[in-house]
Design a protein around this ligand. Structure first.
Ligand code: SAM
Length: 290
């Protein structure tokens, strides 16, 4: 792989990830691209100017409208069709992840232009990396709905998923969001707060949902800044406990039904494999002569 400075390809849109706090978290390739492109579409031109100044990059910027990405379609397509290079950045992290960018990328690709990702920081992945979760499967949800009813419904829909759940949440909604999570997932579910990642007051705190409110209330600073919330997956029933329940169900059924039918029904009730239950049933049968 060539490690020399990245040259940009004419008529290309670069989707560039930028830091989520610490400005040194920008990649060398991102800096190469931002310095080399003709123009930068930025969610907030002041925020991006601050980043560029830090790295002595001076560039033409134009605003990427959060609620009206399509307003930029013609402008970007015009630039690309002249062979110009465009970088797209948001205020923090990876564009199009709970941020604008997705519609522009789709449009530009549909127009037949090249789109190149420049990977880098993302708050969800950063938080997950320090949450101490070993299950490789997780579900990134982003921001929950802002009002109670829809939020409770959204959380209830997520409940059956056997994965860690990753949310973004605004500081002024953190308490109500936690209260709703408690209502849906129960007080034992573990939650990790990843707050102000890569910044001076970075905080990583894990506790039971039942203790989360008290932790947040104990210090008003804990409710400030930016948050990623990670709900760990529910504890699975332990093998021994499961066996006890299943054993009991199977025994009851074996009193009433022939062995094969009892096994079949117990498998349907418990979700356990028929083979495992069949072996258990055989071991539970009275031995001849005993
Ligand atoms: N595109 C960004 C990314 O790749 O992570 C996310 C942008 S979204 C509009 C902003 C939300 O991301 C914040 O409200 C917060 O939930 C989360 N976030 C961004 N920076 C963060 C940080 N430094 N620490 C914790 N959460 C952060």
């Amino acid at each position: 792989m060539d490690q020399s400075k990245t040259a940009v390809i004419p008529a290309t849109l670069y989707v560039v990830a930028t830091p989520i706090g610490n400005l040194r978290d920008i990649t060398l390739r991102a800096l190469d691209v931002l310095a080399a492109v003709d123009v930068i579409a930025a969610e907030d031109t002041r925020t991006t100017k601050h980043l560029l100044t830090r790295y002595a990059i001076s560039k033409t910027l134009f605003a990427l409208h959060r609620h009206n990405e399509s307003a930029l379609f013609t402008k970007i397509a015009g630039l690309l069709s002249q062979g110009k290079t465009v970088a797209m950045v948001t205020d923090a992290g990876t564009p199009a992840i709970s941020d604008p960018g997705g519609l522009i990328v789709r449009f530009v690709r549909e127009q037949g232009f090249k789109v190149v990702p420049i990977p880098g920081p993302n708050a969800a992945v950063c938080a997950l990396s320090v949450a101490g979760i070993s299950n490789p499967h997780f579900l990134f949800y982003g921001f929950p709905p802002t009002s109670k009813g829809p939020r409770l419904r959204a959380l209830a829909n997520l409940k059956p998923h056997p994965y860690s759940l990753i949310f973004y949440e605004a500081p002024h909604r953190i308490l109500e969001c936690i209260a709703d999570m408690m209502e849906v997932f129960g007080s034992d579910r573990r939650i990790t707060f990843a707050r102000e990642l890569t910044k001076m007051f970075e905080t990583i705190h894990e506790c039971a949902l039942g203790d989360a409110h008290a932790w947040l209330e104990a210090d008003s600073d804990r409710r400030r800044g930016e948050f990623v919330l990670i709900l760990a997956e529910a504890d699975r029933p332990k093998e021994a406990e499961l066996s006890e329940q299943v054993r009991h169900t199977l025994q009851l059924l074996m009193h009433e039904l022939p062995l094969r039918q009892a096994v079949k029904l117990a498998a349907e009730i418990s979700g356990e494999s028929k083979n495992r239950l069949y072996s258990l049933a055989l071991s539970l049968q009275p031995h001849p002569g005993s």
